[in-house]
Design a protein. Structure first.
Length: 213
């Protein structure tokens, strides 16, 4: 199944389901006029370490008001989160087949200090698409659009770390691929796209395509 267009939230190294939409849709819209939502993939990703699944969270500056548009959310550098995130990735994937292959392409995101979360995520997403040779241009919403609850191509809230918010996705089915710690934990599905990239490398696009239904 292929959609004409799919709507996504911004994401920090989005998961496999998230990136499968770039194969499943002819046109991808990233929402920039929604209100920032805490505890979402907008500022976190999930990787697999020797101790199990780990969430890497980007701290953001607190807003005096209750609501702020996602495009206006600023990254906080009061903590050395870039250093800790990169160390976590090194520890988790140093023995993976393709970590060294992609190191220089991705390490820059843990050295530069981007001001806005939305801009940072967009640059990351474009780089991942480039590395995986997925030819999709990203479009951005010009205003917040409301859809009916049964509109299956609105994935802005359904790709979530919170199980109660996850909706059935008839366009996506997780498929197994090689993982460094599979012998210890079994296969762990739908992690950050980094897990697929570091473990499968040049085969990552083909493995991603298998998940699209």
């Amino acid at each position: 199944m292929q959609a004409d267009e799919i709507y996504l939230s911004t994401a920090y190294f989005g998961n496999i389901q998230y990136f499968s939409k770039f194969i499943a849709a002819k046109k991808i819209y990233i929402e920039q006029y929604e209100n920032y939502i805490k505890q979402s993939f907008r500022n976190r990703c999930e990787i697999l370490t020797a101790n199990g699944k780990l969430s890497l969270v980007i701290p953001v500056e607190r807003n005096a008001g209750n609501k702020i548009l996602i495009k206006d959310v600023r990254i906080s550098y009061s903590q050395s989160w870039q250093r800790s995130h990169w160390r976590a990735l090194e520890t988790a994937y140093n023995s993976s087949p393709f970590f060294e292959y992609y190191r220089s392409d991705l390490n820059i995101f843990f050295e530069r200090k981007e001001i806005f979360l939305f801009d940072f995520n967009t640059k990351i997403t474009n780089k991942i698409l480039e590395l995986m040779e997925i030819n999709r241009q990203i479009f951005f919403t010009e205003k917040y659009k409301t859809f009916n609850d049964d509109f299956m191509f609105d994935c802005r809230g359904s790709i979530s770390p919170k199980s109660q918010q996850i909706k059935e996705d008839v366009m996506f089915t997780p498929e197994k691929y090689y993982q460094v710690f599979a012998q210890k934990f079994g296969f762990t599905a739908n992690l950050s796209i980094l897990d697929l990239l570091f473990n499968e490398g040049t085969n990552a696009k083909d493995e991603l395509a298998k998940c699209v239904k």
